[in-house]
Design a protein around this ligand. Structure first.
Ligand code: NAD
Ligand code: ADE
Length: 434
C-alpha cells in the first residue's frame, strides 16, 4: 500500500497506543468480533478523512477486519498523531496520508491521495473530503475550497454508495450543500446520533479541551475567569468541567435559548466585548467565525490565554493577530505569545486549531467508542442500502442509538429496569388520567 507518514520508525509506539485505546473501546471491539468472520465489507472501498488518533486506529482496524479496503488522511493540519499514522501504514496496511504540521497545500494533497482508492464509502470529519469529491465529480471550480485542483484525482460517481459525517460543522456544511441542490450522494449524519453528540461533543470535548489547555500551559484553573463562547453541546461540556475545577465561568451566546440555559445553569452570561475585559482564559466552541475579534483582544487583560475547540480555526482572529502583533514569540510547542502593546500580551494555543487535538490527544477512548461504533454501523448500512438512498443528509436510526447505548451500559455493568406490560400499555394509551 502507498502511504505518506512523517516517520515509519514510530510504528511500534503507535501500535502500543492503538492497543491501549482498543482495551478501552468495548462496543467497537464487540462489533469487530461480530463481523470479522462474515466480512460484510468485503470488496468495499472506504476513504476516511478524520483525525489520525489511536482511537481512529481502532476504527480502521475494525473496518479492515470486516473486509474493507481502507485509505485515510487527517482532517486537520495539527491533529495527526505521527506514531499512529506509522502503525496504520506498517501494521494495518492502510493507504495513510497524514502527518502533524502539514501546510494547507500538503493537507489537500493528502486528501487527494486518499481519494485515489476510488471509494464506495467516505467517512468525513468536517466535510473537506466530501467537498473535494464533489469538486472532482462536478469538475467545476465554483466550490469554495482552498485546495489546488492539480493533484485532485477524478472520481466515478457510480462507485459511490454514500458517506458519513462525524461533526456538527461538517453536518451543517453538508446540509447546506443539500439545500442548494449540490449534494450528489447520500450522507449519514453520525454527529446527529444521540450516542454521538450527547457524549462525544459534551463529555469528550468537555474533558479533552481543558486537558489541551492544561498540558500546554499548566495554569491553575481554580479561581480563573474562563470565557466559553457558545453554549451548545461542546460549550456546556467545557463550562461544566471548568466550573468543576473551580473556575468562574462566563458564557457568550447569540441564541437566547442557549443563553438562558447557561444563565440557569449558574453561569454569568454576557456579550463578547464585555467578557473580553473580564476573562483570563477564552475558549471558543461555536462553529461560527470571527467570534473573538482583534478589537476584543485589544481589551483583554495582559496575559490572557486563547484557545478554540470548534472545528475550524476561524473563531479567533489569528490572521489579524499575526498581522498586527509587535512581537511574536513561541513559549513552547503549543503556545505562541503575541504582543499587541506593552500591556496587551496574549497567548494563543495550537494556532487557534482544535485545542484538544492540537495540544492533547483528543477525546478519551471510552467516548470515541460510541462515536466510532456509530461510524462503523453507518458504513455497514451504506454498504447494504446506500445505493437505494437519495442524495440527502440522513439522520441515524433510533435503533442504532439504542443498540450502542445498551452495549455501552452493559460494558459498564450498569443495570436498568424493564417496562412491565402494564407500564408499556399505560405509556402508549390515553384512557388513564386523574
Ligand atoms: P452546537 O450547535 O450544539 O453549539 C454551538 C453553539 O454556539 C450554539 O448554542 C450557538 O448558538 C452558539 N453560537 C454560534 N455562533 C456564535 C457566536 N458568534 N457567538 C457565541 N455563540 C455562538 O454545536 P456543537 O456540537 O457544540 O459544536 C460546536 C463546534 O465544535 C463545531 O464546530 C463542531 O464541529 C466542533 N466540535 C469539536 C470537537 C472537538 O473535538 N474539538 C468535538 C465535537 C464538535
Ligand atoms: N475527535 C475528538 N477526539 C478524537 C479522537 N480521540 N479521535 C478521533 N477524533 C476525535
Amino acid at each position: 500500500m502507498e502511504y505518506r507518514v512523517k516517520d515509519i520508525t514510530l510504528a511500534d509506539i503507535g501500535k502500543k497506543r492503538i492497543d491501549w485505546a482498543e482495551s478501552h473501546m468495548p462496543v467497537l471491539n464487540a462489533l469487530r468480533k461480530k463481523f470479522e468472520s462474515t466480512k460484510p465489507l468485503q470488496g468495499i472501498k472506504v476513504a476516511g478523512c478524520l483525525h489520525v488518533t489511536k482511537e481512529t486506529g481502532v476504527l480502521t482496524k475494525t473496518l479492515k477486519a470486516a473486509g474493507a479496503e481502507v485509505s485515510w488522511c487527517g482532517c486537520n493540519p495539527l491533529s495527526t498523531q505521527d506514531d499512529v499514522a506509522a502503525s496504520l501504514a506498517r501494521d494495518q496496511e492502510i493507504g495513510i496520508f497524514a502527518s502533524r504540521g502539514v501546510s494547507t497545500e500538503e493537507y489537500y494533497s493528502d486528501i487527494h491521495s486518499s481519494m485515489k482508492l476510488g471509494p464506495n464509502i467516505t467517512i468525513d470529519d468536517g466535510a473537506d473530503l466530501t467537498v473535494e469529491i464533489h469538486n472532482s465529480l462536478s469538475s467545476s471550480s465554483s466550490s469554495s475550497s482552498s485546495s489546488s485542483s492539480s493533484s485532485r484525482p477524478s472520481i466515478t460517481k457510480d462507485d459511490l454508495y454514500g458517506g458519513t459525517e462525524e461533526t456538527t460543522t461538517g453536518v451543517i456544511r453538508l446540509r447546506a450543500m443539500e439545500k442548494s441542490g449540490k449534494l450528489m450522494y447520500p450522507i449519514l449524519a453520525v454527529n446527529d446520533a444521540e450516542t454521538k453528540h450527547d457524549f462525544d461533543n459534551v463529555y469528550g470535548t468537555g474533558q479533552s479541551a481543558l486537558d489541551g489547555i492544561i498540558r500546554a500551559t499548566n495554569v491553575l484553573i481554580a479561581g480563573k475567569n474562563i470565557v466559553v463562547a457558545g453554549y451548545g453541546h461542546v460549550g456546556k461540556g467545557i463550562a461544566k468541567r471548568a466550573a468543576g475545577l473551580g473556575a468562574n465561568v462566563i458564557v457568550t451566546e447569540i441564541d437566547p435559548i442557549s443563553a438562558l440555559k447557561a444563565k440557569l445553569d449558574g453561569y454569568f452570561v454576557t456579550y463578547m466585548d464585555d467578557a473580553a475585559a473580564k476573562g483570563d482564559i477564552f475558549i471558543t466552541t461555536t462553529g461560527c467565525k470571527d467570534v473573538i475579534s482583534l478589537n476584543n483582544i485589544s481589551k483583554m487583560k495582559n496575559g490572557a490565554i486563547l484557545a478554540n475547540a470548534g472545528h475550524f480555526n476561524v473563531e479567533i482572529a489569528v490572521a489579524e493577530l499575526d498581522k498586527n502583533a509587535l512581537k511574536k514569540d513561541p513559549i513552547n510547542d503549543h503556545v505562541m505569545m503575541y504582543e499587541l502593546s506593552q500591556n496587551n500580551k496574549v497567548y494563543l494555543i495550537g494556532e487557534g486549531r482544535l485545542v484538544n487535538l492540537a495540544a492533547a490527544e483528543g477525546h478519551p477512548s471510552e467516548v470515541m467508542d460510541m462515536s466510532f461504533a456509530n461510524q462503523f454501523l453507518s458504513v455497514l448500512r451504506l454498504a447494504t442500502t446506500g445505493k437505494d438512498l437519495k442524495p440527502m443528509v440522513y439522520n441515524i436510526d433510533k435503533s442504532q442509538d439504542q443498540e450502542i447505548a445498551l452495549a455501552k451500559i452493559e460494558s459498564m455493568n450498569v443495570k436498568i429496569d424493564v417496562l412491565s406490560p402494564q407500564q408499556k400499555e399505560y405509556l402508549e394509551g390515553f384512557s388513564e388520567g386523574t
